[in-house]
Structure formats: structure tokens, C-alpha cells
Design a protein around this ligand. Structure first.
Ligand SMILES: [Mn+2]
Length: 315
């Protein structure tokens, strides 16, 4: 499985690594790990993403090598991580590199690479990279173990989602042996909110509503509240997961909206596949327990529209 990738690495020198817009723990951690690997082989490596690394991942060594300005030069190979299709990069890949490698775990992955290492059963792209290192007996430093642990921890919702299997816990056990510090990573990712972020989250909590006999839980965030509180979009991260913590809830939605469009972050406890629901909207998609879509209509129209779709699913 890895042979083509290793041959491609051997035959090339300049690598660009990128991932999806709105970086998360998996996309940042995977990039840090892949950057280390390629650099350890003496390759030139540049990390470029449309969006900056969120502050909560700034503890990861080498996070600060991620550029948000498009490099002026071209590369031999573009390695795209954790990205189901090329449009989710948020920048045009045209003429940047003659070859693309696609390493991902989204099941709607469009296989856009010359080499596609896609495992939609993997809990995280970081888990695929972990397996690569393990299968090829590649020894990696503690900061790379920390990056991969962060990737897996965040994509399993802190080891709470249904993708938290015994296999994934074994991977994490080995990453801890390699130097990942669980409690430090937990604290940095989940327990280091700024006061401004908590004020925003309090505002989002205040919108809590239940629908469809308590099977659907919704929270909302009008984007105007960001300016009002001086908060960032990323300060609301993780709030969508709170929409499914109530008893009896099957599907949770966090809706972020302005006058023109509404973005729905969908969560499921496991019985309902929200990835399939999100796919009903053009551009939408994701995993069975966590997915998202954007409806190009104002909130007043998009919310009843989405609630109707959910009514068919939850009965
Ligand atoms: Mn991922």
C-alpha cells in the first residue's frame, strides 16, 4: 500500500503539504507529522494552508512552519491530507505541482490524487500516517507522536465517538510510549479556552432548543455576535459536540448564519448517519457521526428546510 508513495518520495525533492480550510487537530497534526517525515529524508518541505493554525494547536512543534500565503514557487509533489476533495483546500492547485498524493479518511473522498491512500474506516488521517510509520518501521520523535495523538484525539471527539476502537486506543498507547503527553495535550486542546471564547460559548448555549419530541437539539450562532464580543469563528469550535449530550437526542445541529447563508454542523449519537443527511445538500458531507453543510438561504428559510429533512430521518 505504501510502496508507490515511498517510490514517489525517493524520486522527488520538493514537496508541498496542504489540508482543508478551517484546520482542525487532525489536519494540523497530520501535516506536522508528514513534514517531519519528508524533512527527515532530506526533502524540501513547505506547509501551506488557506487558513491559519488555530491557537489551541500552537503547542504542536513546527505548527509555526504553516504558511497562509501561497508559495511563489512550484513543487514536485503536492501532498493533500485529510481533505475529501480538492475544492475543500480553498485554494487553486493549478500549476503548483505535477503530481498529487491524497491521504484521507473521509468516505466521500474524490480520489483526486495520482496516489490515493484513502481508508474511510480510519478514525483520523493521523491514524493512517501512524500506520504508515508503524508498517514501515519508521522511528519518529516525541513531537511527532504528540502531533499524531492530537490528530486522533480530536477526530474521535476526545475518544468519545463511535470510531474509538480498541485498535485506535492501541495506536494511542504506542504514541504515548513514544512521548505523547495525554494530560498536557488534553489541557491544551480542551481546557485552554480564552475568556472571550467562553463568553461566546455561553451565548451559543443560551440559544438551546429541542425539536421533534426531543430527538433533535439545536444551538445557533449568528455571525454578527463575533464582532459584538470581539470573538473569532474558531472560538465556537467544539460547541457542535454539545448538541448531542442531552438524553434522548439523536441528532444535534449547530447553525452558524448570516443574512445570506447558514452553515449546519450536524452530530449524531450513532443511530442516524448525519454524513448522508449532509450529502443531500450540494457541497455537504462528512462522517456518519459528524458532518456539515451550507445552505445558501437565510436562517429563516434554511432552518425549517433542514428540520424537514431531519423529520424524515428521526421519524
Ligand atoms: Mn480527519
Amino acid at each position: 500500500m505504501w510502496d508507490d508513495f515511498r517510490l514517489l518520495i525517493d524520486a522527488n525533492r520538493r514537496f508541498l503539504i496542504s489540508s482543508h480550510m478551517s484546520l482542525d487537530g487532525d489536519s494540523v497534526g497530520s501535516q506536522v507529522a508528514m513534514r517531519w517525515y519528508l524533512a527527515s529524508l532530506g526533502k524540501e518541505v513547505v506547509l501551506y494552508n488557506k487558513d491559519p493554525v488555530p491557537g489551541k494547536f500552537s503547542f504542536l512543534t513546527a505548527h509555526d512552519t504553516v504558511l497562509t500565503a501561497r508559495p511563489g514557487s512550484t513543487f514536485d509533489v503536492l501532498v493533500v491530507l485529510d481533505c475529501s476533495n480538492i475544492s475543500r483546500l480553498g485554494w487553486s492547485v493549478e500549476a503548483i505541482a505535477p503530481v498529487m498524493v491524497n491521504i484521507d479518511h473521509h468516505r466521500d473522498n474524490a480520489r483526486f490524487g495520482k496516489i490515493n491512500i484513502v481508508d474511510n474506516h480510519a478514525a483520523a488521517t493521523g491514524a493512517i500516517i501512524y500506520r504508515f510509520f508503524n508498517d514501515c518501521a519508521i522511528d519518529y520523535p516525541p513531537y511527532v507522536a504528540e502531533a499524531l495523538y492530537t490528530a486522533i484525539m480530536t477526530d474521535t471527539g476526545g475518544f468519545r465517538f463511535t470510531n474509538t476502537t480498541s485498535t485506535i486506543l492501541k495506536y494511542c498507547s504506542e504514541l504515548v510510549e513514544h512521548g505523547a503527553d495525554c494530560s498536557r495535550i488534553y489541557e491544551r486542546v480542551y481546557a485552554s479556552h480564552t475568556p472571550r471564547a467562553l463568553l461566546l460559548q455561553a451565548r451559543i448555549w443560551s440559544t438551546l432548543q429541542f425539536y421533534l419530541d426531543g430527538k433533535v437539539c439545536c444551538m445557533e450562532m449568528p455571525l454578527a455576535v463575533l464582532d459584538e464580543l470581539g470573538a473569532h469563528y474558531s472560538d465556537s469550535e467544539g460547541m457542535a459536540d454539545n448538541t448531542i449530550i442531552a438524553e434522548g437526542v439523536e441528532v444535534g445541529m449547530l447553525i452558524k448564519y448570516n443574512d445570506k447563508e447558514s452553515h449546519f454542523s450536524l452530530r449524531s449519537k450513532g443511530n442516524i448517519d448525519v454524513g448522508k443527511i449532509a450529502q443531500k445538500i450540494p457541497g455537504g458531507g462528512g462522517h456518519s457521526s459528524a458532518a456539515g453543510c451550507t445552505v445558501n438561504r437565510p436562517y429563516g428559510e434554511s432552518f425549517p428546510f433542514m428540520l424537514d429533512i431531519l423529520r424524515q430521518e428521526v421519524g
